[in-house]
Write a protein that binds this ligand. Structure first.
Ligand code: FAD
Ligand code: MG
Length: 319
């Protein structure tokens, strides 16, 4: 077997072993109507379960699956040779020149950090590492450890150079994590590919980040937080839109009777307080919806009003 194919095989096997228990939880949304003529493929990528349904032959679906695998290799800080891993390794030492797409995504993430008054922050990796959300070795850090880690999360310490397409993290120990935005970005890129390939309708589900497109309305049920898988109270009718949810009930751990979830409030370094059990953003821009669902989960109503003024076409559903 070719080395990279073998690595991917091993990686997929590893991911399946670790993530299968999560798959049912991770499907936050279930379709209750979609075209019967679609062919579907389900697979593990981006650390979660993914599904593509399109009215094309099965053999054509593989191109899009491979695209997602490649994006995973490029954008995951966990992959040793990803562009993000290089940026992180060079923190405090040197700038890293990246591909145009990666550069543009990082720039968008930085802009969304400013737009959300810091609630969406792609530089939380040092804090995330303290909590063990990067590798599953969960622990509750001390206040001192959080304080030190927070010093490495200032967005002004991320330097972008538009001409060179380079990224520089000024301090050693800083780290980029696009986990709160990259699934939305991959979804936008896939949609662009579908349109280029003349595909007129379909659905995508990247770990609960849903995108539907085509002439018809789709009805998308939004998972009831803490309910049974597939249980829902809310059904939204959408067309050519992303339906993206952030919640505290998917990724968390328990210690001494307390629950700690994966969405970190950058102002405290702790899992954010629960204002809503889940926040869903519906818009025609998956990247935006992904970042905003995370940010509004943390900040609640004050940010909802601001973002609605900035983006008149977004819909916010809270539960
Ligand atoms: P969202 O609310 O969209 O994002 C929350 C995530 O963003 C957190 O898990 C954290 O990573 C980060 N975050 C936390 N707080 C903030 C904040 N205030 N601002 C910005 N970001 C924040 N997971 C694995 O366990 N193993 C993997 O191998 C793996 N590979 C991945 C590869 C890629 C390219 C990507 C994009 C993600 C990967 N993940 C992996 C993570 C996983 O699939 C999800 O992205 C993650 O669980 C959160 O997604 P969400 O939609 O549930 O939550
Ligand atoms: Mg998000």
């Amino acid at each position: 077997m070719h080395q990279s194919t073998m690595n991917r095989h091993i990686q997929n096997k590893w991911q399946k072993m670790f993530f299968l228990p999560f798959i049912f939880l991770l499907f936050m949304l279930s379709f209750i109507s979609c075209k019967k003529t679609n062919n579907s493929v389900s697979f593990i990528a981006l650390g979660t379960s993914c599904k593509i349904s399109l009215p094309v032959y099965d053999s054509k679906l593989q191109k899009y699956v491979n695209f997602i695998y490649d994006e995973d290799d490029r954008l995951s800080y966990r992959k040793e040779n990803s562009e993000i891993a290089f940026i992180n390794k060079n923190a405090g030492k040197a700038e890293t020149v990246v591909s145009e797409n990666t550069y543009n995504l990082i720039k968008r993430a930085v802009n969304l950090c400013y737009e959300t008054d810091g609630a969406f922050n792609p530089l939380l990796l040092p804090v995330i590492r303290e909590w063990g959300f990067d590798n599953g070795e969960y622990r509750v850090p001390t206040d001192g450890e959080i304080e030190e880690a927070l010093k490495l999360t200032h967005i002004e310490d991320l330097v972008l150079n538009d001409e060179k397409k380079s990224v520089f993290l000024k301090k050693e120990g800083m780290g980029l994590d696009l986990g709160g935005i990259a699934k939305g970005y991959v979804s936008d890129e896939l949609y662009r590919m579908f349109i280029e390939d003349g595909i007129k309708s379909g659905t995508l589900n990247l770990g609960g980040n849903v995108f539907v497109f085509g002439d018809k309305d789709y009805k998308v049920a939004i998972q009831k937080p803490y309910g049974q898988r597939g249980e829902y109270d809310i059904v939204e009718t959408v067309k050519n839109q992303a339906v993206i949810t952030s919640g505290a009930y998917e990724r968390y751990f328990e210690k001494d009777g307390k629950t700690y979830h994966h969405i970190i409030d950058p102002s405290t370094g702790f899992p954010s307080k629960i204002i809503y059990n889940s926040v869903t953003i519906i818009s025609n821009d998956s990247t935006l919806s992904d970042a905003l669902s995370t940010a509004i989960f943390i900040k609640g109503d004050e940010l909802i009003s601001k973002e609605k003024l900035l983006h008149s076409d977004i819909k916010v559903v809270t539960q």
